[in-house]
Design a protein around this ligand. Structure first.
Ligand code: B3K
Ligand code: ZN
Length: 871
């Protein structure tokens, strides 16, 4: 596979004003007729160069210009498409192709999922449907006719339905017209025997929009939450961004086989069933919240992505970073803002920081790729969202809103760049973002080192901030970033100090140089800095906090995020001491201060349950690994296990009391308060059961037997799997399966819990799960649950010192690559970061990678990831 560079971007030679598509659906031989109205792009130069049309895995039946069939000397077949000779500046191009949806296991283009036809075209799936200039800067008005047997009563595409009727031989057709120009990646088609829920939404200007959610009949009772979330998202986008919906109908479809979460096709969002279907009996609180955020995310794309789209795929974060920022703020407004921020930052620090430090590290706007599917990354999405959040911080809410208004107004209907976004923000606010743009072009996680000095005689406090950024592939040297550093200063009683004459107690320092000092005057004592509040920039920050200072911040900081962060820093310090003791054969000990801090968090009745639950979480093994310079997997597992056990034993009484207080029977609700209480209760249950005492396990069993919602049921199952003896655990696993085996989403949860279990998810157990009838290598959700659950979620078993976990992963990835290259390339990631591991593990990961490399014909997706990580 070849590398594509941003610097090589050229405007398209030809434009496609209209696209007429006609589908005759058959499982193994679907006929696709397209009629394209094409014209020379006036902005692309002189002459009439040949027209290139992308096409992959297509059978070409015929091609004609203005009705005249082209003979083979008028076009050239190439590996990835055809090149057509052109002799006029404007013409109609008619093409007929034949495709095979049933055998399409890549889940790109048109495929069948449980007997239902559906499409996935982003980024480059449309070229698997017909020959087309498949690039996002070609925007066209689409009309789509679908012909199918009447056993497929529901036939959907983008836009509005304009006609329907019978066809010969028990067939029928529906024609859809999308009045908005769009790139081919936003095209969608669905056909199936589906039921739907319907609702409606009145927009701010009084237009009525029909909302429909389509799913198989058996799931129809699981759609309410998604529809409610959709209406909340529509209202929120009007209130916060002034954006109204623009078609008369908005449809959501749930499909079981899907490579990612969901897709924002114009007017016809297609969702992975797991990201849209939920009921209290079958879905956990985390699932409900994920659904709300993804429904919001896809809806928000209607403006940030569809009305204004990307010029090329290097600009992916233009729509994804912005839209993740939008959905995060939506979720924060709908639920607990503090908890949402903590969750997002945990994800970023654990997984995006690892990406930024690994072999696939790339800037938010990459400058090259082999396979664009590999760049739907945490860097493009989550770090991209942090970049937009920093612009929000620098401009303030009003300036940011002016900027987004200008961006949408200026670029509506266009395919634009990250540069256009930043320029709109600058123009609207008059704030200089020249240096800030480096966030788009430089990869790697910046490191801030902060030192301070207090002059007692003058009463001045000086903070010195140094920034650096480690080298990443292709980028040795980095120039300083423009970093908003939000901070406050605390006095010895925990009060916020006033930072200026106006009574301000919090400020944003703008770090722009490699080293910079900031002075605060008229202070009577040396303050304690609360740095990087609300995680105001995606950086690592180092300040030599003592344990006492962290304990003080944990109970006194007015910034909730930093209270949590102090608890994490404390835990990291303790875990690092424990690792050191483990390695040197010393005695493992947890400081009494830390135990006392956890106790006071548990006993503090003034703290909100949501925050208590967060403060009590020990960092995951994965996040400890990411924070280590050299990853010593065995020491990490031992240290964390010891900390968990010690806290559980020392605070058993307190956990027990808190659990009992929260374990009251009441009807289920999704209020923020109830979600927080369930989370705290189940955190207590986990600590209690970590002691593996009969008393604690009886509580888990009781909760497992009587829970009236899946959050409590799944939490109980998880602790039974991880801490009960064989008999009790196996009985629970079996009973749960018998109860839920018909429910795809619950079965996925059940598979995932077993393969993530440090106690029971050893390699042979995972190999057995792969043989289970519920497993299916062609279903990405099942692959993510079992293979991903093991390799990404079962740190101790996957990193067993014999390397068997890595070899297993390599074998699975090799098989998977033949079916679904995108999923294979995602699953291989855990072994690509081998360089950071100590000793033999690094070597064994590398051997597993080589095995993949040597296995023969790799897809472009997998080849890119494996070859870059062997480099
Ligand atoms: N835009 C899609 C992602 C498509 C991924 C293609 N490999 C979903 C989203 O981000 O909203
Ligand atoms: Zn998106």
């Amino acid at each position: 596979p070849s590398t594509i560079y941003l610097k090589d971007y050229r405007a398209p030679d030809y434009l496609v004003d209209n696209t007429h598509l006609h589908f005759e659906l058959k499982p193994k031989a679907t006929l696709v007729k397209s009629r394209l109205k094409i014209r020379r792009n006036p902005a692309a130069g002189e002459g009439l160069p040949p027209l290139f049309l992308d096409g992959v895995d297509l059978i070409l039946l015929s091609i004609a210009i203005d009705g005249a069939l082209l003979s083979p000397e008028h076009y050239e077949k190439m590996p990835q498409g055809i090149l057509v000779s052109v002799d006029k500046p404007e013409f109609f191009l008619d093409i007929q192709t034949c495709i095979n949806p049933e055998d399409n296991t890549t889940l790109e283009g048109l495929y069948l999922s449980n007997g239902m036809y559906c499409t996935q075209c982003e980024a480059e799936g449309f070229r698997r449907i017909t020959f087309y200039p498949d690039r996002p800067d070609i925007m066209s008005k689409f009309t789509t006719t679908i012909v199918a047997p009447k056993e497929y009563p529901v036939l959907l595409s983008n836009g509005n339905e304009i006609s329907r009727g019978p066809c010969e031989g028990d067939h029928h057709y529906v024609t859809w017209e999308d009045p908005f120009s769009k790139p081919a990646y936003l095209f969608a088609l669905v056909a199936g025997n589906l039921q739907y829920l319907e609702d409606c939404f009145i927009t701010a200007s009084g237009r009525k929009v029909k909302l429909q959610l389509f799913t198989e009949e058996k799931n129809i009772n699981k759609g309410d939450h998604a529809l409610r979330s959709l209406k909340n998202a529509m209202r929120w986008d009007e209130a916060v961004y002034g954006r109204e919906y623009d078609l008369d109908i908005f449809m959501i479809v749930a499909v079981d086989h899907f490579n990612m979460g969901a897709m924002e096709n114009k007017g016809l969002n297609i969702f992975n069933s797991a990201c849209v279907l939920a009921s209290p009996e079958t879905a956990t609180d985390a699932t409900f919240q994920r659904i709300e955020s993804i429904v919001g995310h896809e809806y928000f794309h209607n403006w940030s992505g569809n009305r204004v789209t990307c010029r090329d795929w290097f600009q992916l974060s233009l729509k994804e970073g912005f839209t993740v920022f939008r959905d995060a703020e939506f979720s924060a407004d709908m639920n607990s803002r503090a908890v949402k921020r903590i969750e997002d930052v945990s994800l970023l620090r654990t997984n995006q920081f690892a990406e930024d430090a690994g072999p696939m590290a790339h800037p938010v706007r990459p400058d090259s790729y082999m396979e664009i599917s590999n760049f739907y990354t945490l860097t493009v999405y989550e770090k991209g969202a942090e970049v937009v959040r920093m612009i929000h911080t620098l401009l303030g809410p009003r300036g940011f809103r002016k900027g987004s208004d200008l961006y949408f107004e200026r670029h509506d209907g266009c395919a634009v760049t990250c540069e256009d976004f930043v320029r709109a923000m600058e123009d609207a606010s008059q704030i200089d973002l020249v240096q800030f743009r480096r966030w788009y072009s430089q990869a790697g996680t910046p490191q801030l080192t902060v030192t301070d000095y207090f002059d007692e005689t003058l009463g001045t406090y000086v903070l010195t901030v140094r920034q650096s950024c480690p080298p990443t592939p292709g980028q040795r040297e980095k120039r300083p970033f423009h970093i908003p550093l939000k901070l406050g200063l605390l006095d010895k009683n925990g009060n916020e100090l006033v930072l200026d004459g106006q009574g301000t107690t919090q400020c944003v320092l703008e770090i722009t140089e490699a080293e910079q000092s900031f002075e605060f005057t008229e202070l009577s004592e040396k303050p304690l800095p609360s740095l990087l509040r609300d995680f105001s920039a995606p950086v690592k920050i180092d300040y030599p906090y003592s344990i006492d200072q962290l304990l003080f911040l944990m109970s006194n900081d007015s910034d909730t995020f930093n209270r949590w962060d102090a608890s994490q820093r404390l835990a990291f310090l303790a875990l690092s001491d424990l690792q050191q003791a483990y390695r040197t054969g010393g005695v493992l000990q947890l400081q009494p201060e830390l135990i006392a801090a956890y106790r006071s968090v548990l006993l503090n009745r003034d703290l909100e349950p949501a925050l208590v639950a967060e403060l009590l979480q020990l960092p995951s093994e994965q996040s400890i690994a990411e924070a280590s310079v050299h990853i010593d997997a065995e020491a990490i597992v031992a240290a964390r296990e010891f900390a968990l056990q010690t806290l559980a034993e020392a605070l058993f009484g307190e956990f027990r009391a808190q659990y009992t207080a929260l374990n009251v029977r009441k009807s289920f609700s999704l209020s923020a308060k109830d979600i927080a209480e369930r989370k705290l209760k189940n955190t207590c249950l986990l600590y209690l059961c970590a002691t593996e005492t009969a008393d604690a396990l009886a509580l888990a069993q009781e909760q497992f037997d009587t829970a009236n919602n899946m959050t409590d049921k799944a939490a109980a199952l998880s602790v039974l799997i991880n801490h009960a003896g064989d008999k009790q655990a196996i009985a629970a696993i079996e009973q749960f399966y018998q109860c839920w085996k018909e429910d795809a989403q619950v079965v996925e949860l059940w598979l995932g819990q077993q393969s993530r279990s440090s106690r029971r998810g050893n390699l042979s157990a995972v190999e057995k799960l792969i043989q289970h009838p519920a497993f299916d290598l062609k279903n990405p959700n099942r692959v993510r649950a079992v293979i991903g659950g093991f390799a990404k979620g079962n740190f101790s078993q996957f990193h067993r010192s014999d390397g068997s976990g890595f070899e297993f992963l390599a074998d699975q990835v090799i098989t998977l690559d033949k079916l679904n290259p995108q999923i294979a390339a995602q699953q291989v990631i855990p072994i690509t970061r081998w360089k950071r591991y100590t000793g033999d593990l690094a070597r064994k990961m590398k051997i597993a990678l080589k095995k993949i490399m040597d296995s023969g014909d790799l897809s472009g997706d997998l080849y890119e990831v494996v070859s870059k990580s062997l480099n």
